[in-house]
Ligand binder design. Structure first.
Ligand code: AKG
Ligand code: MN
Length: 217
């Protein structure tokens, strides 16, 4: 009877999935806090608007970015770095909304990294076609802290490789409310986002927002 009822149904996606050593995908983990997180994004962007930064090589990034916290990740012809002030306004970045740090601390704890207290959040805004090529997060002063990454809006394909650029790459679909935490042995693993597919999300329209919470200083 039960088997009949279940026949033909896809198994639900696992709530927690190990996507690498020390790397965990927590599906839907941020869903109960989405509205608060989005209010935080609106508040930050009102003070530090999203912008398309330029890589050291002179290419404009397809992802629009802004930051909050004690330091913000920036790129220009001079290189990649963390800056205390927003170069667009020369004012300090907006403060990290408590909802961002609370969620990051709780998700990191859940993934086996207790005591994580981020001081920086890079906010990425993707529109269809935007992508982030394979890279490592390595501009932080000390890489002993994990990375907590929250996905909101349109789904995306996350690439998660290894320490070497040429290592095999796993592709993971990230949906609204999903949280990925990586640290320890995978802290410096290469990762990226494939070009965002067209779509309309009920809350965010043709947009994906990603919060990348880090300890930068
Ligand atoms: O958008 C994402 O899910 C990844 C963002 C990322 O890797 C970064 O901002 O360094
Ligand atoms: Mn990254």
């Amino acid at each position: 009877m039960m088997a009949d009822l279940l026949a033909g149904l896809e198994p639900p996606p696992a709530a927690r999935e190990e996507i690498g050593p020390g790397a965990l995908l927590l599906r839907g983990w941020a869903l109960p806090r989405v509205d608060t997180l989005l209010a935080g994004v609106v508040e930050v962007a009102a003070q530090a608007p999203f912008r398309h930064m330029v890589t050291p090589g002179g290419f404009q990034m397809s992802v629009a970015m802004t930051n909050c916290g004690q330091a913000g990740w920036v790129t220009d012809r001079g290189g990649y770095r963390y800056a205390a002030n927003d170069p667009a306004t020369d004012r300090p970045w907006p403060a990290l909304p408590p909802a961002f740090s609370d969620l990051a601390g709780a998700a990191a704890h859940e993934a086996g990294y207790p005591g994580f207290a981020p001081d920086a959040c890079l906010i990425n805004r993707y529109e269809p076609g935007a992508r982030l090529t394979l890279h490592q997060d390595k501009d932080e002063r000390y890489q002993g802290h994990p990375i907590v990454s929250v996905s909101l809006g349109l789904p995306a394909v996350f690439q998660f490789g290894g320490l070497k650029r040429a290592d095999p790459i796993r592709r993971v679909s990230l949906a609204h409310g999903d949280v990925v935490v990586w640290g320890g042995p995978s802290r410096l693993f290469h990762h990226g986002i494939l070009p965002l597919k067209e779509g309309l999300h009920p809350q965010l329209g043709a947009t994906r927002i990603n919060l990348t919470l880090r300890r930068a200083l």
